[in-house]
Structure formats: C-alpha cells, structure tokens
Design a protein around this ligand. Structure first.
Ligand code: ZN
Length: 253
C-alpha cells in the first residue's frame, strides 16, 4: 500500500503546489500575475470595453452586473481598462449542452452598440440531473473571435456550490474576460497577456479618430484565438464569424 501511495503523492504534489500558488497569488486562473512585469508596461489612457449582455430566463440583471463588474473591482486598475454594460437583452440558451449554447450564441452578429456579447446562462433542470455523470463541466467559453462568450451562472448542484466557495462565478467571468482580451491559458506568468492588452488598447486609441462612425462607438479590437491576427472592426468580426447584419435583440427585463 505504502509503495503505491508514495509515488502517487509525489506525482500529485507539483499540481497541488501550483494550485496553492495560484490561490495565493489571487490568480485569474489564466496564469500567474506578475506585478513588476505589469507595472513596467505603459497601458496608456483609460479605456472602456462595452458589453451587450444577454440574460437567460431566470437570470437577473443584478446577478449579471455583479459578475461582469467584478472585473472593474479586481482587474480594471491594472490596465486602465474598465467594462461597461451597453444593454441588456433576453436570450434563450437553446439547449442543454454547452456546445448547443455556443452554437446558438455564435450565430448572433456583433451589434453596432457594443464591443463584446456576453450571455449569462441560467439553470436547467437537466444540469441537476446529470451532474453525477460529469467529472468537471465547462462553466464558461469564448468564441474564436474573442467577441462572444457565455457564463454558466446557475447554481444547479453540489459541485457548483463547491466551486462557488473555491473561486466562484465572479472569477469565472473574469477568466472569460481575459480570453476576450486575447489572453490564452498559461501556467506561468501573464507577461504575454499584459502585452496583448496593451496592444489592443493602443490599436483602439489610434483607430478612434479615423474609424469613428456617427452613432457607433469605436470598436475595441480583438484577437482571433490561436493566432496573431487582430480584428479591428465589427465588420471584420462579422465576416470572421460568418454573420451579416446585426440581429435584433429582445429588450431585457
Ligand atoms: Zn479558459
């Protein structure tokens, strides 16, 4: 027994150490913050990232606000980049699987009125019934243009409650927002992430004058995931997503 247990403990220790380190660093779980590296970069003047927020049945504006605006509380000051809610609208998750939710959400063209679309999915009774069969479910996801994402914001079963105690939906939301700013997972320092945020802010700043269209706020650019390509206009985002004219969104309650 002892001979089996010792190698197992040795194998698990590095992972446990990393988890402890991440927790101690107050990590976003994208990577590990490095204050000196971040503060060495000039992020320029303050900017805003605006969101069209979509709410599932049973998800309140107050909950969505609390989760999304956690960014302003914890991360905004690091980069001079805050988030703003441009609008609320109702949206149905369209299915039980996260892949189904994604497919329906990714079909919505990026509206002219915001930079990103974030859907707060609610609780489905099938979430509760299926949880014993899941090892670890997806709690949030962002599309390949970094403009559309969703957060599973319902608390449907004991694992959700446990996660809420460990890092919570606020942390999940912050994690997905980092993806929307071009940050990919790293198990080391977030240097690359800082550089990408700085780069997007710079592009947003220089594009502001010539690209401003009456009635349309200047678009905050985005990275295509897994590449160095930056999409600097809503039109480019819609083309990359294969969508055309903005779809009408049902006003929220
Ligand atoms: Zn992630």
């Amino acid at each position: 027994m002892r001979t089996i247990a010792l190698p197992l403990v040795r194998a698990l220790l590095p992972g446990a150490g990393l988890l402890l380190a991440l927790a101690a660093a107050g990590c976003s779980s994208i990577g590990v913050h490095h204050r000196a590296a971040r503060e060495a970069l000039d992020f320029g003047e303050p900017a805003e990232l605006s969101f069209c927020v979509l709410l599932d049945e049973g998800v309140s504006r107050e909950l969505a606000e609390e989760l999304l605006l956690a960014w302003n509380e914890h991360e905004a000051a690091h980069y001079g980049l805050s988030v703003r809610i441009a609008s609320f609208a109702r949206h149905e998750r369209g299915g039980f699987l996260t892949s189904t939710i994604a497919r329906k959400l990714w079909a919505i063209p990026l509206p002219d009125t915001c930079d990103r679309v974030l859907f707060f999915a609610g609780y489905d009774v099938r979430d509760t019934l299926s949880w014993p069969f899941k090892l670890w479910e997806i709690r949030g996801r962002v599309n390949s243009t970094g403009t559309h994402g969703f957060i599973m914001s319902g608390l449907a079963h004991p694992e959700h409650l446990l996660r809420e105690l460990l890092h919570g939906r606020r942390r999940t939301t912050i994690h997905e927002l980092y993806h929307m700013l071009g940050c990919e997972h790293t198990y080391g320092r977030m240097q690359r992430c800082y550089e990408r945020i700085r780069g997007l802010k710079h592009l947003h700043r220089v594009a502001r004058e010539p690209a401003a269209v009456p009635g349309q706020s200047p678009f905050f650019p985005t990275y295509r995931s897994g590449s160095e390509q930056v999409l600097t206009t809503r039109r480019a985002v819609r083309a990359a997503m294969g969508t055309r004219a903005p779809a009408p969104l049902t006003p929220g309650r």
